[in-house]
Design a binder for this molecule. Structure first.
Ligand code: FES
Length: 126
């Protein structure tokens, strides 16, 4: 059996939503101290809907595939749904990740949570 699913390979080789949103409403950056990988998520939010999302990931193939899939899962969705996105859901949407690569999907969950927190704290300041 191949180590990586076709979906993982597809999102790794053709990642969706790569880039930067200059006037993002929320930005979240996380890293994994062990492997040194870094992920940054940018959100554009309008009326509690995620209208756009982009990512920059300096990391392994699974981290890139996880970022790509996670951005696809929250794009166009209400904030409440994005808040509930788990790394398990990201990994499942990718048809699974090898056990020793599950931490890569955790980065995606954490980066999105951080970007949502950043958005909320900016809203409170307004
Ligand atoms: Fe670190 Fe994948 S090996 S995020």
């Amino acid at each position: 059996m191949a180590l990586y699913s076709e979906k993982v390979m597809d999102h790794f080789l053709h990642p969706r939503n790569v880039g930067v949103i200059e006037d993002a409403d929320g930005i979240g950056e996380v890293g994994n101290a062990k492997c040194g990988d870094i992920m940054k998520i940018y959100l554009k939010i309008d009326n509690d809907i995620i209208t756009d999302v982009k990512f920059e990931t300096f990391g392994c193939g699974s981290a890139i595939a996880s970022s790509s899939m996670a951005t696809e899962l929250i794009k166009g969705k209400p904030l409440s749904e994005a808040m509930e996105l788990t790394n398990k859901a990201v990994a499942e949407a990718l048809d699974g990740l090898p056990a020793h690569k599950m931490h890569c999907s955790v980065l995606a969950e954490e980066a999105i949570q951080k970007a949502l927190e950043d958005y909320q704290s900016k809203q409170e300041k307004k």
